[in-house]
Design a protein around this ligand. Sequence first.
Ligand SMILES: C[S@@+](CC[C@H](N)C(=O)[O-])C[C@H]1O[C@@H](n2cnc3c(N)ncnc32)[C@H](O)[C@@H]1O
Length: 223
Amino acid sequence: MTSPSGASSSAGDARRLAAASLAAGDPTGWFEDLYAESRAGRAEVPWDVPAPSAHLRALDLPAGDGRRALVVGCGPGRDAEYVAALGYRVTAFDISATAIGLARERHPGTTVDYVVADLLDPPPPWGQAFDLVLESNNVQALPASIRATAIAAVGTFVAPGGTLIVLAAATTRIDSDGDGPPWPLTRAEVDAFATGDLRPVSVTRVDAVGTTLPTRWSALFRR
Ligand SMILES: C[S@@+](CC[C@H](N)C(=O)[O-])C[C@H]1O[C@@H](n2cnc3c(N)ncnc32)[C@H](O)[C@@H]1O
C-alpha cells in the first residue's frame, strides 16, 4: 500500500491481515489486528505518518471558529489534530481501539474528542450534527461488500449548511481495482456521497506525483 503522504511502504502487512479478515467474513477486523501487530513491533501501518494529509492542507480551509467537525477513520489522529488547530471542535473516531489509544497517547494535550466507533453503526446523536466532516482514505480501504453502506453513512453526519470533504485514491476503471487494499474509488463512488440533500460543490481529480497511487479525488459536498 502507499502511504497517504505518498511515500512508498510495504503493502504486505495490511494485505495479509485484510485477506485473512475478509476470508473470515469480517471486512473491518483487520484494522485492529494491524494496529495491534504494529504496536507489538510485528507490522507496519502504511498510512501512519506524522504529517496531516497534503490534500487536506491544499484545501486551505477557513478557520473553524468553534464549529463542530467530525473526522472519520481518524487512525492516530494526524488530520484530526490539523482540523482542531484550525479552530474546530473536533470529534474523531476509528473502529480500532488501539488506534484511538495511540491518538490519545500521541496528543496528550489535545482538544480532540477521540472515540471508538463504527462508521457502519454510528452513534445516533451524530446525525446531521457536524459543520465539517472529513472522509480521507477510509472507504478505499473497505471491500465492495460494505462500500455503499459506508459511503451513505458518511453523509448522514453533515449538518444543514455543513461541508463534507472526501479525499481518496482514484481509478478510471468502472469497477474498483482488483488488488487491495487500497481499492481506489471510481467517479460513480465519489458521486454517491451526495445522498439526500447533500450536493456536490466540486469533484476534482488531482495528481499525487511520485506516488504509486498517482491520481486522487478531492471532493466537496454541502447540505
Ligand atoms: C487507510 S486508514 C486511513 C486513516 C486516516 N484517515 C488517514 O488518512 O491517515 C483507514 C482507517 O479507517 C478505520 N476504519 C476502517 N473501518 C472503519 C469503520 N467501519 N468505522 C470507523 N473506522 C474505520 C481504520 O481503522 C483506519 O484507521
